[in-house]
Design a protein around this ligand. Sequence first.
Ligand code: MN
Length: 128
Amino acid sequence: MKRALIIEDNQDNMELITFILESYGFGTIRAWKGEEGYAAALEHRPDFIILDIQLPDIEGTEVLARLQDHPEGRTIPVIAMTSYAMAGDREKLLAAGCTGYIEKPIDPERVMSQIQAILEGHHENPDR
Ligand code: MN
């Protein structure tokens, strides 16, 4: 079973993403804060990470930066969830090493195909 680590502090989003991933047969690991999420990534080595950017302790971008600095952490695909309206922030996320991003609010009808497209390489970041 493929496993996803979801790092998200918003309970409604967490429940929604967990529900969708599990209904498609993925295992899920949940973390509600950035530090906890980073530790869980290295402990559990999920197949991919869904990463909220606005977290209560460290920013999702910091989680991403730490993972990129870790020789094994950097091999885990990271899909950022962003509600940032600015295209420049998305570019920064991609430059920081995330594999792709999905926009909030999550669209339950589309999110699984968005995630699969990113994981299959039809993603937003041509450099990875
Ligand atoms: Mn958040």
